[in-house]
Design a protein around this ligand. Structure first.
Ligand SMILES: [Zn+2]
Length: 394
């Protein structure tokens, strides 16, 4: 019987007494190019009087299609979350299917970083973990291990790595399935773990909630799949250990058809748009603390969009429409020079504005066609009593 390493001084893994446990890494180790990961937003310069041009952005809204799950083998994997990808939660990063120093995600894109071995499904903000979005078992199986007690706190990979050594996964659960697959779920919300070692769980059964424990730069669950010592990319069903898998070939996918289709869509998404006196900082947005809506006393009106997984060449078209229907701002950004895991684009008007309902619409342009868009109305009031109106999406 192999022993699990357990070098976590706090929030230790609790283990079931099971024979022949596979040698599953206990922790998630981040690596790779931080620029291509999560924590970057870029802005243009606020220069021209009367007009402010800026940045970048993006998003995706996915629709479900009914699927014949009932006819599929029961050992197919479901999503590790009970939320709708592209609407309530978002694929931020996929496994890196290039065993060497190169980078490729399973869909032949670059939504990964070197050595990343799992699927990161995120919430928009740290504040959103209060919604207790369920992390669920991807298939029927036996709970092998769990850990709880690690606080939810956004981490910086460089400054936090030492402090979190041995607890990079944060609060987590490991489940062994009937066909030898093992699934591991990391960064769950502290206090949310709902299972104990030795319990059987069904596909879709709640294990905990999405959090930001361990080494997490944004709130998400990290799902990794193993069989014995082999790390597996579940969307393609191919090994991450050996040869370079064929990206885009999903014929061997371990997922149900529905989950496969949901994960195979573009990870591009618009997470949020706003109308404020100044463009937001990414860290404010990830915390869930965006700047206040502009007021009639603001000396500028900036419309912005926060998008993830934007590709080189993508552009953003931003409109602000006045309460009387006339156009206040229309701006199309220059094509993005390179891919961005996070991007904030903005455009604005460097003057105060009359009170009333302003409409902000954003389109992400790819190959000169509108790829995704979002529209929202903001009520600009006197400095006191600012009110946000619920948006109309898509
Ligand atoms: Zn991850």
């Amino acid at each position: 019987m192999r022993r699990w390493p357990d070098h976590a001084p706090f929030g230790r893994w609790a283990s079931a007494s099971m024979p022949e446990l596979p040698a599953l890494p206990e922790v998630e180790v981040f690596g790779g190019d931080p620029v291509n990961r999560i924590s970057h937003c870029e802005r243009g310069n606020m220069s021209r009087p009367g007009a402010i041009l800026g940045g970048v952005l993006l998003g995706t809204c996915l629709a479900f299609s009914p699927d014949a799950i009932a006819t599929e083998p029961m050992n197919r994997l479901g999503l590790p979350v009970d939320c709708e990808p592209g609407r309530d939660c978002f694929v931020q990063q996929m496994p890196d299917t290039e065993p060497g120093p190169g980078l490729s995600d399973p869909l032949c894109g670059l939504a990964s970083y070197d050595g990343h071995d799992g699927w990161d499904i995120r919430l928009r903000t740290l504040a959103d973990i209060a919604q207790n979005v369920p992390v669920v078992a991807v298939a029927r199986g036996l709970v092998l291990r769990r850990r709880d007690g690690v606080p939810d706190r956004l981490s910086d990979r460089n400054s936090s790595k030492t402090a979190l050594k041995g607890r990079e996964c944060g609060n987590g659960v490991i489940v062994r399935h009937e066909d030898g697959l093992v699934s591991q779920y990391c960064h769950l919300k502290m206090g949310s773990i709902a299972v104990q070692p030795g319990m059987m769980v069904e596909r879709g059964e709640r294990l905990g909630a999405i959090g930001a424990s361990g080494l997490a730069e944004f709130p998400h669950v990290h799902l990794s799949i193993h069989r014995e010592d082999e790390r597996i990319e579940p969307l393609t069903g191919q090994s991450l250990n050996r040869r370079t898998p064929d990206c885009g070939d999903l014929t061997g996918s371990l997922f149900t058809n529905l989950a496969r289709d949901q994960l195979a869509r573009t990870p591009l998404a618009i997470l949020k748009i706003g109308l404020t006196e100044a463009p937001p900082a990414l860290d404010e947005l990830v915390l869930g603390e965006p700047p206040a809506i502009a007021t009639s006393a603001s000396n500028a009106m900036i419309a912005w969009v926060w998008a993830i997984n934007v590709e080189a060449g993508d552009r953003f078209k931003i409109h602000i429409v006045r309460p009387d229907g006339s156009l206040l701002v229309e701006h199309t950004s220059e094509p993005l020079a390179r891919r961005k895991a996070n991007y904030i684009a903005y455009a604005g008007h460097k003057r105060s504005a009359m009170p009333g309902s302003y409409t902000v619409s954003v389109k992400m342009l790819r190959d000169n066609t509108s790829f995704i868009s979002e529209t929202r109305t903001f009520k600009v009031t006197e400095p006191r009593g600012v009110v946000s109106m619920p948006g109309a999406f898509r």
